[in-house]
Ligand binder design. Structure first.
Ligand SMILES: Cc1ncc(COP(=O)(O)O)c(C=O)c1O
Length: 486
């Protein structure tokens, strides 16, 4: 069958394809702009309401509807129900709005659809990613010989770290090549250590790596939710006495709920004494490095063997965008494997980098462009302003809730999350969060601290100010009263 002449396939050098591209993108942009008719974070439906409006007999009609009709449907049913991450009423998760220039990066990288596996699938993209990872290694204080790779985000970076740690330990200390032989006979004794408030990608990774959840030792935290270093060392010692095999410690630099920062200084001393890999999960805290005022809070992150950096959190870049950095670039060889059709060994010898050899993924997005464009657009001072504002807002909010007797606060924030509750029942706190969402379009977080339900503000949006935070606290106080009456 002949293709629909109205609906062209691709953008190329022909004028009519350029015109079609311009028209489709312009109309899409207009639909997006039209959907932003108020400043609420969520003006959409309940789960049932959404299922009702998107319901249709099939998503694959016998004859295509054509782009204008589909865009019209997107305009009518999907766009009005989007969560608006750029609203100052969105404070729920470590999920940021996207900087304007990064939306342009997304358009460019989707238009040209480069892939990062081999140089011939993304020549300039490969060179840019190499340049950006080099810059990142410098930013986090890594020496010559360090290296990195872009990932889909924190979970993949953490999985990569634990895989490298496991392989390094098994090769150098157990004299066993996991890459070739699989897990060593003593695999069930391998243990990794991380705080009890670390991210659940630790357990997921342990499962994926064949070690299982039991391999993850959860170390108690101090009053500020930082890993208790003494408890860590005594756990390592008692595990060793029991015949277990510690291989890795993961420091969290910015825990998901509290933004608390483990001391890499203290943990580094312990991992050196016991010959263990030290990984920094800085998915949240990595952005703090760009702050003039607060970068020191991360401590000497460069002592860590590997670092998780996430750009779709504090750096305000669109999902997905993460990086995994290693102090010794050679350790990324754990991912290397040659395929005749893709990454021939002679390519490297001739100066063509095929990044698939450093990555868990094969086909991979050119996310490095977003970092390249945002770093150059904003500069260090632009980013520092963003991060300083967010951390300053959290300090302000903490003071406000601490001095108001209707609230109880969990811990003093080190980054930009504040966990607090109304001094009312757990049920009332839960109800307040739902009322905020469905009757006020305000989306906040909820978690559990000391076995009680707490509310959470994650302050990633630099447009939030003290006045807005005061308004939100007042609203929560009022809703707390209403919820109790019901
Ligand atoms: C501390 C920490 N590590 C890892 C992750 C996982 O990151 P991602 O969602 O990018 O996979 C998160 C996500 O919130 C996190 O807070």
């Amino acid at each position: 069958m002949k293709p629909d002449t109205e609906l062209l396939y691709f953008l190329n050098n022909e004028e009519r394809t350029k015109e079609a591209y311009r028209k489709m993108v312009t109309e899409t942009v207009q639909a997006i702009l039209d959907s932003l008719s108020d400043d609420k974070a969520y003006a959409g439906q309940s789960p049932q309401g959404l299922q009702d409006i998107i319901g249709r007999p099939t998503l694959l009609p016998e004859r295509g509807l054509g782009f204008p009709k589909v865009l019209e449907e997107v305009r009518r049913t999907i766009l009005p129900n989007f969560l608006r991450t750029s609203s100052t009423d969105y404070l729920a998760h470590l999920h940021s709005p996207a900087l304007l220039e990064s939306i342009c990066s997304e358009l460019i990288l989707s238009t040209f659809n480069q892939s990062m596996d081999s140089w011939d699938q993304g020549p300039i993209a490969t060179e840019i990613e190499l340049q950006v990872t080099k810059e990142l290694c410098k930013l986090y204080g890594y020496p010559e010989g360090s290296d990195g790779i872009f990932t889909s985000g924190g979970s993949q970076s953490n999985l990569s770290a634990l895989m490298l740690a496991r392989d390094w330990f098994c090769t150098t200390l157990l004299n066993h090549d996991v890459k070739k032989l699989g897990l060593p006979p003593s695999y069930a004794k391998l243990r990794l250590y991380t705080s009890e408030v670390s991210h659940f990608s630790m357990e997921k990774s342990a499962h994926l790596l064949g070690l299982g959840y039991d391999a993850v030792r959860k170390v108690p935290v101090d009053k500020l939710c930082r890993m208790d270093s003494r408890a860590l060392e005594s756990l390592i010692l008692s595990d060793k006495e029991a015949g277990l095999i510690p291989f890795c410690v993961v420091a969290t630099l910015g825990t998901t709920d509290y933004g608390s920062i483990d001391s890499v200084d203290e943990l580094g001393a312990i991992t050196r004494r016991h010959n263990l890999w030290l990984h920094a999960d800085a998915a949240y805290g990595s952005g703090v490095k760009l702050s003039d005022q607060y970068a020191h809070r991360l401590g000497p992150i460069e002592v860590c063997d590997s670092i998780t950096v996430d750009f779709h959190k504090m750096f305000l870049l669109p999902i997905s965008c993460g990086a995994f950095l290693v102090k010794d670039g050679k350790s990324l060889e754990a991912f290397s494997l040659h395929a005749d059709y893709l990454n021939r060994e002679e390519d490297e010898e001739d100066g063509y980098s095929n990044l698939v050899g450093k990555s868990m993924q094969t086909t991979r997005r050119f996310d490095a462009l977003k970092v390249w464009m945002a770093f150059l657009t904003r500069g260090k001072d632009g980013y520092s302003n963003i991060i300083d504002t967010c951390i300053g807002n959290a300090a302000y909010l903490y003071e406000r809730v601490s001095e108001n007797p209707v609230f109880e606060v969990a811990i003093r924030p080190e980054i930009s999350s504040v966990v607090f509750r109304l001094r009312k029942s757990d049920g009332t706190n839960k109800k307040v969060r739902r009322l905020l969402l469905h009757t006020h379009g305000v989306v906040i977080g909820q978690t559990v601290y000391a076995n009680r339900t707490f509310l959470k503000f994650t302050l990633l949006n630099p447009l939030l100010d003290h006045e807005k935070l005061d308004e939100l606290l007042l609203l929560i106080e009022q809703l707390g009263k209403e919820a109790e009456k019901e």
